[in-house]
Design a protein around this ligand. Structure first.
Ligand SMILES: [Zn+2]
Length: 158
């Protein structure tokens, strides 16, 4: 059974709180949103963390995937991300594709991606057979990204 189905919402929300702290380490006034990602194993323990350092650098999900221990079994892992993984090839490839390629067991996210171009990541993951759930700590995530959300006019992420 996929990891998302065994991890409780409490475990995912706790990881989401940590992911929001990680996200805050990124640049606040960047054209890209501040995003954090925590990867949990089947027991709910953190095995990798990532955050976005600004446009043109790897996104939070990609940074976290790059830090996975070599003995991690991808299918047992759940990626907890503050924002829906992007589905857009800008200066970096789409995170949805990177997550699919990693063989990750499940994905949980906070806010849906509001970008007309970058949105659709959850659908792409589902299409690849990966269980996806959104809306974790959505109010906190929306408050955190308020300034960035206010700057979005159907824009895209790079
Ligand atoms: Zn991305």
């Amino acid at each position: 059974m996929p990891a998302a189905h065994v991890l409780s919402p409490e475990v995912i929300e706790s990881a989401m709180r940590r992911a929001l702290v990680l996200a805050a380490q990124g640049p606040e006034a960047d054209e890209n949103p501040q995003v954090g990602c925590v990867i949990l194993d089947a027991a709910g323990e953190t095995v990798a963390e990532g955050w976005h350092l600004g446009a043109g650098t790897p996104h939070a999900e990609v940074m976290a995937l790059s830090k996975l221990p070599s003995d991690a079994k991808a299918e047992d892992l759940t990626a907890v991300v503050t924002l829906e993984p992007c589905n857009h090839t800008g200066r970096t490839g789409p995170c949805a594709a990177a997550l699919v390629a990693s063989g990750i067991g499940a994905v949980a996210f906070g806010l849906p991606d509001p970008g007309e171009v970058s949105g659709g990541g959850a659908e792409r993951l589902r299409a690849a057979g990966i269980p996806v759930a959104g809306g974790f700590l959505e109010a906190e995530g929306r408050a955190f990204l308020g300034p960035w959300l206010a700057r979005q006019g159907g824009g895209q992420r790079g």
